[in-house]
Design a protein around this ligand. Structure first.
Ligand code: CDP
Length: 209
């Protein structure tokens, strides 16, 4: 039997950590769908160049495989920006739909996190969560994460990056970032990660008898 948990929200809201913890708690598989867009963005930066020619990017997006998601060069700020640029191209989104729906349909349950899981990819998900936080809190977390990984950056730059991606993700015409009407909202601005995970597990528990 499949059981789908859809977790959406803006950049660096804590979706990844919450999703991994929910998946581990219930024994579900986890797909970070942002990685799909990051793979396309990364390969596009390498092969197509910063101008991101649309036709070439669309062709690349049809070739994303599970193995690509394990690349260790997907978490940089440059790749995040490239990902959000390729993610506005409708054909790129379409090319990635099947991969995500197949993952969601696997037996044993799945958690998918992203921007449009509860609205477009899995509108019939068993549980939908929308994990969010203020832009400043999200930028602080992302800044810490990048600094810990040795990336040379400053808080103001990261905040600008987060805001630019928020605007691009929310304003695009196809599958914009938005909470599904039946999503449970978890604002992690003033929550510890432990409390955010507990809230998410409780929400899933109430539906997963
Ligand atoms: O980790 P973070 O929240 O910063 O970003 P991500 O989830 O890895 O996503 C990177 C970019 O991919 C986002 O800014 C979106 O533009 C795009 N994305 C999307 O459009 N739809 C998804 N389901 C997931 C990511």
């Amino acid at each position: 039997m499949s059981f789908v948990v859809a977790i959406d929200g803006p950049a660096a809201a804590g979706k990844g950590t919450v999703s991994k913890a929910v998946a581990a708690h219930f024994g579900f598989a986890h797909l970070d769908t942002g990685l799909l867009y990051r793979v396309v963005g990364r390969v596009a930066l390498e092969k197509v160049g910063p101008a991101l020619d649309e036709a070439a990017v669309i062709a690349l997006s049809t070739k994303v495989s599970e193995a690509d998601l394990a690349r260790d060069d997907l978490r940089t700020a440059a790749v995040a920006q490239a990902a959000s640029k390729v993610a506005v191209i409708p054909e790129v989104r379409t090319a990635l739909v099947e991969f995500q729906r197949k993952f969601a349909a696997r037996a044993g349950g799945a958690v998918l996190d992203g921007r449009d899981i509860g609205t477009v990819i899995c509108p019939n998900a068993d549980v939908k969560l929308f994990v969010t936080a203020s832009a400043e809190v999200r930028a602080q977390r992302r800044y810490q994460e990048l600094a810990d990984r040795g990336e040379n950056t400053d808080f103001e730059t990261v905040l600008e990056d987060v805001k630019a991606r928020d605007a691009r993700d929310s304003d695009r015409t196809v599958a914009p970032l938005s909470a599904a009407s039946d999503a449970i909202r978890i604002d992690t601005s003033e929550m510890s990660i432990k409390d955010a995970i507990a809230a998410a597990i409780a929400a899933v528990d109430s539906k997963h008898g």
